[in-house]
Design a protein around this ligand. Structure first.
Ligand code: ZN
Length: 626
């Protein structure tokens, strides 16, 4: 007894993973909760659990014997890449193939480590995006190595992706959780399980799911990455088991694409050479809420799978090559052997891209276009006819699209409204805006989300911003879309360092981390069809010679967790007036003190202490009359 108590005391002070044999009649769904979480490991009735003290007490009370799982190594073992070595390896890949591989700074971790990826493509306007994410769980070290191996394989000239790279972009992020990798821990530095923190069917009943959906900078960074261009095919790499799992994870109910998911799993199983590899519906193995793939599929229609690479989370380094070999051909085939339907949705009158919803006429999960109107979908052997719809437009039908341009006709003139403030800085969870002229009802459409109704109150319209991304939210009134955008800022932004206009070249500098951001130009509230942006290092250069004079230009710099905006600091009449002092002819959200935007009346919160955790600003820029 004393021995057992000693083990218990010793154990609860250190590790948090145990292995149990589930008694007959006890299901994973019944056992899991805030104090017991299921994780990779075990098959049949043998399972690995994440537990806290109360979870252990529950197991003891239920008479379920448990044994501690050996803890992970204290440091990243030789032969594996820690976060810094991984960043260097990705930079080396960029240097080796500068024509097709770009660094992507996805965001920053809790402790300020950069979350770094690469984008592999031969085109700036890909018809589809593939995505590979590794190390949501920092102790699953082999997942980062396989992600790096795939990036190397698919970027190789003459390699298996060569026939795709003029149409497809591949984004690979080996370490989603660099703090966890550095410490060799499952959770991030705030002890949150990032693979329970995504905002689709998120639940506080999970084990360490975070304080709310997307409460963690790492998951917000992945959300921002996906909002740039939703992936059509994706893998979320893990280890601790050897299987291929598909949605749903939060429910035993089958998804509308169950047969297609199973078929892709069976194809993977045929090609993968890992001993004992198997395939499963996610919830059938164990249910989870807030998982990456449920969010990808549920929110965007991405065919995203959880790939468990090896029963060892971090197998001995001298066996690493064999693990890479087991999966290289199967992952490659998963991407390059899956035929796609592709297209782009535009406004028939303006030619500008439209963010639209696309659904098969027969079955299947609906999916969304990106901000650029582009979409891609896995082909099936069925009819594959699609209905394309967007608020304020007449539906269009589409048969087996192959790079097809879909022009949607507006149903009517859109109501003109204004919202104030035009930019909401999100320090509080509840956002309040005024809408004029006052409508009966109003709603907003955050990126990657369906319409969210605004609640009328005495002080204005209110929306709960929990789990919703920052960025441009189209405003709808009385069931009609308007051309008005509500710009939702994030509390942790950082200002431009400087802005300078030289003839038609606008140069912006900012203190955010180096290189790899994506910047998008919005013209009169719509994504511009021409994106005249060059960016290197800390400097962003915009070529305004291709932009209509007097157009209202917004620049959104996407980095570190989401698109972030800073309001026009003067009213719209300013385009015809003299430039205010110190703005160098431009309205760029000029600040009087670092971190403050006094002119627009929106004062930011004090800077968070970790400088790399900042979000990048963007500015509304009004081009002066020549
Ligand atoms: Zn995992």
């Amino acid at each position: 007894m004393t021995g057992l108590l000693f083990v218990l005391t010793f154990f609860t002070a250190s590790a948090r993973e145990v292995v149990v044999t589930l008694p007959e009649g006890v299901t994973p769904a019944a056992l899991r909760g805030p104090h017991i979480g299921f994780s990779e490991g075990g098959t049949g009735r043998t399972r690995h659990l994440q537990v806290d003290d109360r979870g252990l007490a529950t197991l003891n009370a239920l008479g379920i014997p448990w044994a501690p799982v050996p803890p992970p190594p204290p440091d990243v073992p030789d032969g594996y890449h820690g976060p810094e070595a991984m960043e260097a390896a990705l930079d080396a890949l960029v240097a080796h193939h500068p024509e097709r591989v770009r660094r992507v700074d996805v965001g920053w971790s809790v402790e300020g480590r950069p979350i770094v990826g690469v984008r592999i493509s031969d085109t700036d306007t890909p018809a589809a995006t593939w995505r590979v994410l590794g190390a949501h769980h920092g102790d699953e070290l082999v997942s980062g190595e396989v992600a790096l191996d795939i990036a190397r394989t698919l970027s190789a000239p003459g390699g298996p992706a060569d026939g795709w790279l003029d149409r497809v972009a591949i984004v690979v992020v080996p370490h989603v959780n660099p703090d966890g990798v550095a410490a060799v821990t499952r959770h991030n530095a705030e002890n949150v399980d990032l693979n329970r923190n995504y905002g689709f069917e998120w639940s506080h009943r999970e084990y360490q799911p975070g304080s709310g959906p997307f409460s963690e900078p790492e998951t917000r960074a992945i959300r921002a990455l996906n909002l740039r261009g939703p992936a059509v095919l994706a893998l979320s790499l893990h280890s601790g088991a050897a299987n291929f799992g598909w949605v749903w994870n939060y429910t035993y109910t089958r998804s509308p694409d169950e047969a297609r998911h199973r078929a892709l799993g069976e194809a993977y199983l045929d090609t993968c050479s890992t001993p004992g590899f198997w395939i499963t519906n996610g919830a059938d193995w164990y249910p989870t809420n807030g998982d990456t793939t449920d969010w990808s599929y549920g929110r965007f229609g991405t065919f995203d799978y959880t790939l468990e690479l090896s029963t060892d989370k971090a197998p001995a380094a001298d066996t690493l090559d064999s693990h890479l070999d087991h999966h290289r051909a199967a992952i490659t085939a998963f991407f390059v052997d899956t035929p796609l339907h592709t297209g782009q949705v535009i406004d028939a009158t303006t030619g500008l891209p439209v963010r639209a919803r696309v659904a098969r006429t027969t079955d299947g999960q609906p999916f969304e276009t990106g901000d650029d109107g582009r979409f891609a979908r896995v082909q099936t052997t069925g009819e594959d006819t699609y209905i394309v719809s967007a608020p304020g437009y007449t539906d269009a039908e589409l048969d087996r699209p192959d790079g097809t341009l879909v022009a949607l006709s507006p149903t009517q003139t859109r109501p003109a409204v204004t919202v104030s403030p035009a930019v909401v800085r999100r320090e509080d969870r509840l956002l309040t805006v005024q809408v004029q002229p006052a409508p009966e009802s109003a709603s907003v459409q955050p990126p990657g989300h369906p319409l969210v109704p605004l609640t009328p109150t005495d002080t204005g319209f209110v929306v709960d911003g929990e789990g919703l991304p920052p960025g441009a939210w189209p405003v709808h009134v009385d069931g009609q879309p308007t051309r008005t955008l509500l710009l939702v800022d994030s509390a942790d932004t950082t200002p431009l360092t400087s802005a300078h206009l030289d003839h038609t070249t606008l140069t912006l500098t900012h203190p955010a981390n180096d290189a790899g951001r994506t910047a998008l130009i919005y013209q009169d509230g719509q994504l511009a069809d021409v994106q005249p942006i060059l960016h290197t290092g800390h400097t962003l250069t915009v070529d305004l010679s291709r932009v209509a004079p007097d157009a209202r230009i917004d620049v959104a710099i996407h980095a570190a967790g989401g698109p972030v905006w800073v309001a026009d600091v003067f009213d719209g009449a300013w385009t015809a007036s003299e430039a205010p002092p110190g703005t160098d002819g431009l309205d760029t959200g000029q600040q009087s003190m670092p971190g403050e935007f006094t002119a627009c009346g929106c004062t930011s919160a004090p800077r968070p202490p970790a400088p790399f955790a900042w979000l990048v600003l963007a500015g509304w820029i009004w081009r002066r009359r020549p």
